[in-house]
Design a protein around this ligand. Structure first.
Ligand code: ADP
Ligand code: FBP
Length: 335
């Protein structure tokens, strides 16, 4: 039997590390560029683009880019969740192009559209996220069987995005407990009632990446200043999370582990759309965890993924040289 080279990272079952990204509520992101658009007025648009999206889809796509950009095919990426049969083609094309294994359950109807209105002049993106297709008990049972099979193989699971109608708010909380008990690393990026339930549960995810607004919403209070944000993140670490990243848009992100806390400031970039910035950060943090990086290096990698992804439309990393240049410009300081 031939052995893999000593340096090749291994998954917990040998071979490539396996990451599964769950998107319960994917979205076909429709980006409309309308520079200097005015609310309530007739506006001229410059361009229109449609991209397969939704938080877990974006994480899977970015991880696949990273893998293909010279990581030696050491990552195997699977995307799962619930996907409308009527407009599945752009998702299927993305998965094919990136080499992501498609384990989505097909459901009746069309996946929701996410409207992303970009003002290139103001460098500002406005998101309108719709509720999505209702999940039936039958599709949830089918998904449950898929998730059980995938969890037996996975090194890491990413639970990302909103829950569509028909899915209980504690869905991620319940999944997290089962996955962690099975030895799977769990990353969570969600908001609203799903985040509240996950943070109230006795077993927290290993990695939690709220943006500052999502964290404030979950805590039910404003966080005034860096010290309060740091304390809120440390409270989650004390309750069992391994990595808490509180992203704060162009200002950067506070990234905290039991070993330390850093603030990572992105370089200034030419933003095409900020959609997916957080998803790219999750992808960077998950890959950093699998590579055993320090909190400083994880913060640098994750921030370069975010800054790089917003220079493109859709869930893509820039080419390796551009990404490395961005990573070198990320400012990481102790928090
Ligand atoms: N305008 C920007 N310029 C440079 N980097 C940005 C910009 N907006 C976001 N980022 C990077 O993306 C990360 C995640 O962005 P954020 O908007 O907080 O996440 P989310 O998409 O989850 O709301 C930030 O921590 C930052 O590193
Ligand atoms: O599942 P939600 O919370 O409704 O968000 C869905 C939207 O989030 C995105 O995944 C982008 O997320 P981020 O900008 O937070 O990284 C879009 O692709 C999608 O339209």
């Amino acid at each position: 039997m031939s052995m893999p080279p000593m340096s090749m990272p291994q998954g917990r079952h040998g071979g490539a590390r396996r990451v599964t990204a769950l998107t319960m509520n994917p979205a076909l992101d429709l980006t409309v560029r309308a520079d200097s658009w005015q609310r309530g007025e007739v506006n001229a648009g410059q361009s229109l683009q449609q991209d397969a999206g939704g938080k877990g889809v974006n994480v899977a796509s970015i991880l696949a880019d990273w893998n293909r950009a010279g990581q030696g095919d050491t990552l195997s990426v699977t995307a799962t969740g619930l996907l409308g049969r009527d407009n599945a083609a752009p998702f299927e094309a993305l998965f094919r192009e990136k080499g992501v294994t498609d384990a989505f359950i097909r459901v009746s109807g069309a996946t929701r559209v996410g409207v992303k209105l970009v003002d290139g002049a103001a460098q500002e993106t406005t998101d309108i996220n719709l509720p999505g297709l209702s999940a039936t008990p039958e599709t949830l049972a089918e998904l449950h069987a898929t998730l059980s099979a995938l969890s037996a193989e996975a090194d890491a699971f990413v639970l990302a995005g909103s829950l569509p109608p028909g899915v209980p708010a504690d869905y991620y909380a319940t999944l997290t407990a089962g996955l962690r008990a099975a030895g799977v690393f769990v990353a969570l990026d969600t908001s609203g009632a799903a985040l509240n339930a996950a943070l109230a549960a006795p077993v927290l995810p290993d990695l939690i990446k709220p943006n500052i607004h999502e964290l404030e919403g979950a805590l039910g209070r404003r966080l005034n200043g860096d010290a309060e944000v740091l304390q809120a993140a440390r409270d989650l670490i004390a309750r069992g999370a391994q990595i808490v990243a509180v992203s704060q848009g162009e200002r950067g992100a506070l990234i905290v582990t039991a070993a330390g806390a850093v603030f990572a400031r992105p370089p200034r970039v030419q933003v095409l759309s900020t959609v997916g910035a957080g998803d790219a950060m999750v992808a960077g943090l998950v890959s950093a965890h699998l590579d055993g990086l320090s909190v400083e290096d994880a913060a640098r990698r994750a921030t370069s993924f975010s800054a790089g992804s917003i220079t493109r439309l859709g869930p893509h990393l820039p080419d390796p040289a551009a990404l490395a240049a961005l990573a070198a410009q990320v400012e990481v300081t102790p928090a």
